[in-house]
Design a protein around this ligand. Sequence first.
Ligand SMILES: *[C@@H]1O[C@H](CO)[C@@H](O)[C@H](O)[C@H]1NC(C)=O
Ligand SMILES: *[C@@H]1O[C@H](CO)[C@@H](O)[C@H](O)[C@H]1NC(C)=O
Ligand SMILES: *[C@@H]1O[C@H](CO)[C@@H](O)[C@H](O)[C@H]1NC(C)=O
Ligand SMILES: *[C@@H]1O[C@H](CO)[C@@H](O)[C@H](O)[C@H]1NC(C)=O
Ligand SMILES: *[C@@H]1O[C@H](CO)[C@@H](O)[C@H](O)[C@H]1NC(C)=O
Ligand SMILES: *[C@@H]1O[C@H](CO)[C@@H](O)[C@H](O)[C@H]1NC(C)=O
Length: 928
Amino acid sequence: MLVLLAFLLLSYGAGDVQCATVHANITDILSLLHFKKVTNDPTQALKSWNRSTHYCNWNGVMCDPSYPGRVVGLLLGGQRLSGQITLSLGNITFLQYLNLSHNGFSGQLPSLNQFHELVLLDLHSNSLRGMIIPDSLVNCSNLRVLDLSKNMLEGPIPAEIGSLYSLRAVDFSYNNLNGVIPPTFSNATQLLLLSAQENQLVGSIPGELGKLSNMLTLGFGGNSLSGPIPPPIFNLTSLQVLDGYFNMLEMELPLDIGDTLPKLQSLTLGGSMLKGPIPASLGNASGLQVIDLGHNSFVGEIPDFGKLLNLTQLILESNKLEIRNGQSWESFYGLTNCRSLEMLLLGNNQLQGAIPDLIGNFSTEFAHLQLNGNDLSGIVPPSLGNLGGLIDLSLSNNSLFGSIEGWVTSLKNLQSLDLEGNSFVGSIPPSFGNLSKLTLLSLAKNEFEGPIHPILGELTRLSSMDLSYNNLQGEIPPEISGLKELRMLNLSSNKLTGEIPNDLSQCQSLATIQMDHNNLTGHIPTSFGDLMSLTTLSLSHNDLSGTVPASLQPLSKLDLSYNQLQGVIPTKGVFGNASAVSLGGNSGLCGGVPELHMPSCPAASQRNKIRYYLIRVLIPIFGFMSLILLVYFLLLERKMSRRTYESHAPLGEHFPKVSYNDLVEATWNFSDANLIGKGSYGTVYKGKLVQNKMEVAVKVFDLEMRGAERSFMSECEALRSIQHRNLLSIITACSTVDSNGNPFRALIYDFMPKGNLDMWLHHKGDEKNKGDDNAHKNLTLTQRISIAVNIADALDYLHNDSENPIIHCDVKPSNILLDDDMVAHLGDFGIARVFLDSRPRPAGSTSSIGQIPDVIDVHLKEECKEFAEASVVSEDPVHQCLVSLLQVALSCTRPLPNERANMRETASKIQAIKASYIERKEKKNISL
Ligand SMILES: *[C@@H]1O[C@H](CO)[C@@H](O)[C@H](O)[C@H]1NC(C)=O
Ligand SMILES: *[C@@H]1O[C@H](CO)[C@@H](O)[C@H](O)[C@H]1NC(C)=O
Ligand SMILES: *[C@@H]1O[C@H](CO)[C@@H](O)[C@H](O)[C@H]1NC(C)=O
Ligand SMILES: *[C@@H]1O[C@H](CO)[C@@H](O)[C@H](O)[C@H]1NC(C)=O
Ligand SMILES: *[C@@H]1O[C@H](CO)[C@@H](O)[C@H](O)[C@H]1NC(C)=O
Ligand SMILES: *[C@@H]1O[C@H](CO)[C@@H](O)[C@H](O)[C@H]1NC(C)=O
């Protein structure tokens, strides 16, 4: 991109723009106003586009004294504009510079037939789709810069591109283009930059490109190109950048490459099928800054790069390069000349011998050193400690030995330290506390001994700590609980003793804990269940006693085998999956699901169980129900303003086409008899599509209403990529004109025969629907919990599993729809936002205890009472129940986000509650 900008600024004096106020061209004004009209402009970038200002002074509009009063440029990069790029711009006959990069424009790439004068077209970083239509380009014979990178364009690069003789720079990178690189590029003889990285191009690189003798930058990395790079390319003497990483290029590099391409600054051919030696002539291309030949099959020695004074990155990892014992480390002497060297990656080669002492003479800029996976031996030279700028050091999987204390602790900028798989000895020194920037630490598979120093608990940025397979002794220091960012903790196969610190549950990011093969004693902390991210826990081969905490159910992998655990094995979650849980070698365990083949348990006390369920199950159930009701009541005053129901809808080819007439037919011409709801943006009708006899709900947007179009777009946008069984499913969208030629927007959903939750909770429509059994029944507690689970699942999906997190912004009973089986579906995405854009909610001043009797549905209160009376816990069960209820609800409405449970936790809690509740109910029915 910088290169393109440079082209623009160097070649054209875009700065000296003047405006001739006397001349005004009405066509230009109309075209601009049309552009403004059809473009979404959330940040009001086009605010100055009004009649009180001369259009030559409008933001982004450029006029030129050579064509008095005529618009020659539209420079609106990075203004958050979106919508389709209107063809009306083609009516601005003198338009030369069009820059709409870094916006959200979507739809097809516009045809450029009318843009005869265009010199620069920069549309990079938008969401344009579709093919580059060959004919659309041919008229742009003045085009010099064409940047379409970072869009979603597909199909081949049209061969016609070669007829754009003025072309200097073309950038197609980061799209989904396929097909071959057209050889016709060679007709655009003035081309300086050709970039097509990160597409799906195939075939070989055309030798014709070798005719483009002015070429500076040639980029085709990240495609599926095969064959050799044709020899003429290596004759492009002015070439500065040759970028072909991640392809399937199979060849040996020409031995004189450094002499034929003397201006090379960047050579990136990593991740291909290159073989043979690395040409020593590369060391002559003195401008080289980046050499990436990693992940190929190069053999032989590393040439001397000592003349490359500007070299910053030398990446040769994962080849078959050799340094024999005691020999050929000379190339390292040369590298000490490279005072800009920042990165040296030589991992996974065949380097032998000791790391030379002169490594300490490398540049102070030196930041990344990887020598892992070689055959290095001896001690690490203490001079390595001079490299105070090191950020990333990997020496893993070699045969290095000795102590690390002398050099490691002066590397104060280290973020990643990997010493795994060597024979380092000694203890973990207290001076490790110096390495306060570490995020990744692996000392695994060495011979470290002594205790785990508590100072490690001060490395608060650590996200991964692997100390496994050493001889570490003593207790796990409770200070480790200070590692709030830690995701992976591996202490397995040491000689650790004592208890697992209960405080470990404060490391809320932990996903994996491995402490197997130690001598740990005591209980498994129940608080592990509070680690919301935890998926894998391995504690096998220790001396742990006590019971298996049911709080471990949400894990996906659990190994507790070979301990002294006792008691009943839980049956839910991970315990229900015999392939994910290991419990063998614990003589005191019993029960569990049959697949575990554990001995059955003696009968347990029924009374304790009831108590357990009352405390663990009932209170949270009511808690969540009250939350829903609370939210509902809090929204009561807004109720009248939003009562539509809607859902998710992409506009894509795989959705059936429905015409305006189809909808007229389906809804009996939108008759009142079919009307089932009205909201601020439109009206919802029941209907039956004639083609497939499907019952549907049709939401017709009232486009007179301000924001209705936006609401339609918002729903389509939010729901483009989401699909979940608890989200109201869209059948299709209809964007057309009605019989009078006015714009018409509608969304078509599955019809939900049981209406919305609002009706059920408040018996709305009782009068209207007399005889309809929907309206007369009350929801049972089981149904209510199911609905809560459905909606929690849907929200969890929106927040955590959809492509981009989506905030619904309008969850309330009237937006929760019920199908025939009373399964709940969340609808109405009219104000949903990928980034929160909701108006402020009534908050804080909301709930006081005096709200209780009004909040709780009278029918729910009955059930609540019934259950509470069976309890042995409370003296005043109704009061107790209601207070607990409100407490849980309030805890979910805490103002600070980090105090609130997130949707994933809430969803899994409610699911567990539902499961337990149903089990409990079944048991009760049996015992009655
Ligand atoms: C404005 O531009 C149009 C289209 O190029 C042209 O036909 C017309 O003569 C111009 N009007 C003036 C006043 O320059
Ligand atoms: C652009 O010009 C075409 C015909 O040349 C005309 O039909 C169209 O309305 C014009 N659009 C605008 C926005 O001026
Ligand atoms: C462009 O180049 C191709 C070969 O690369 C050639 O056949 C063709 O005639 C050239 N001219 C045009 C106008 O495409
Ligand atoms: C490269 O250029 C030289 C000198 O111009 C020429 O002799 C040689 O044939 C060219 N090689 C290729 C492969 O085009
Ligand atoms: C190295 O970089 C400097 C500064 O960017 C530049 O002036 C110099 O010409 C470069 N050296 C070579 C040999 O390209
Ligand atoms: C650790 O356990 C092993 C095997 O159970 C045992 O041989 C060893 O003595 C124990 N070590 C300590 C320090 O308790």
